[in-house]
Design a protein around this ligand. Structure first.
Ligand code: 13P
Length: 311
């Protein structure tokens, strides 16, 4: 920014107009980065405010906050469409600094994608395979998910590890294909109760992070979201305390820093998952390294999920 001494006028290198804001709105994004050299027209400001778009100055960027609902094996098509439609209606009331993602079962992806089109609510899948197409009965590939409107895919959920033979190796293979397809993986890690009681929490997490991300380039790693879900907290009503969760989140960020450097680590959203409720989300979100939530049961109802988003 320059200040003309004679005329007392600031000169700007860039102008952010209402056209830019509307283009951002159409793309589904709700954050616009500006610099000190950007002149934001008053109409652009007003339009951004009206549509809940946040203008963030470079250098003041925060990690993105994500609240994702994992619907697991729930909801018929009608139920899915109803919930997605109601969420879309509420979306203008959600704070603009958090991204909302819903992950219905495969059967409902495409209809839910249609329902939330043009709204800030984003679509994610709960699993995928690492091949693009072929004779793999029962599987769905990342390009197919993209075609159905997904931007996110959950990978390595503990229920997939527990019941369907998912391993760090398969997580790694899936992650590479998902990134290559332009989707964002939400990679789940977490220890079992016995592992925690045996004092193995951090070594298990380290192994899951290291093996799951093996061979990823720095650029690829910068496209990840990680979710810490202690297995003993999932669906049990037993949430990790903010201290327990923060210890692991901080550890994950340190590992990512070791593997991929400061920038990737600082920008990586790490979500907590496991019995998140409207009553416990705020205290979890106060922790320095908790950037959002992966919500199971409480994401199945409009009221509880909205309250969590609005924590
Ligand atoms: P609950 O919120 O039902 O405990 O489930 C958490 C989870 O597994 C989200 O992926």
């Amino acid at each position: 920014m320059k200040f003309d001494e004679k005329y007392g006028i600031k000169s700007f290198k860039k102008v952010l107009s209402v056209v830019d804001v509307l283009a951002t709105l159409r793309s589904g994004n709700r954050i616009i980065k500006i610099t000190d050299d950007t002149l934001v027209t008053s109409l652009a400001k007003e339009t951004a405010r009206k549509h809940n778009i946040t203008l963030i100055k470079k250098g003041e960027e925060m990690r993105r906050k994500i609240i994702a609902g994992n619907w697991k094996m729930h909801k018929t098509l009608k139920e899915a469409v109803d919930l997605a439609g109601n969420l879309k209606e509420r979306a203008s009331q959600f704070p603009s600094d958090r991204e909302v993602v819903i992950c219905p079962p495969f059967t409902a992806l495409s209809v839910v994608g249609e329902v939330i089109k043009g709204s800030p609510v984003k679509l994610g899948a709960q699993n995928t395979f690492w091949e693009e197409k072929g004779a793999y009965t029962g599987e769905v590939s990342p390009p197919m998910l993209k075609d159905a409107g997904c931007q996110y895919v959950i990978i390595g959920h503990s229920e997939r590890r527990q019941y369907f033979g998912e391993t760090n190796y398969s997580v790694n293979k899936k992650m590479k294909k998902v990134l290559e397809s332009g989707l964002t993986p939400i990679v789940c890690v977490g220890e079992k109760l016995q592992e925690r009681e045996d004092g193995k929490t951090l070594s298990i997490i380290e192994e899951q992070v290291r093996e799951g991300m093996e061979g990823l380039s720095t650029e690829e790693a910068s496209g990840l979201v990680v979710a810490y879900e202690p297995v003993w907290a999932i669906g049990t009503g037993k949430t990790a305390t903010p201290q327990q969760a923060e210890e692991v989140h901080d550890f994950i960020r340190k590992k990512i820093r070791e593997l991929y450097g400061e920038e990737v680590a600082n920008n990586l959203p790490i979500l907590y998952g496991g019995s998140i409720k409207p009553q416990n989300i705020a205290s979890l979100m106060e922790c320095a390294n908790i950037d959002g939530g992966l919500v199971g049961g409480a994401s199945l109802e409009l009221e509880s999920f909205s309250q969590i988003i609005n924590y």
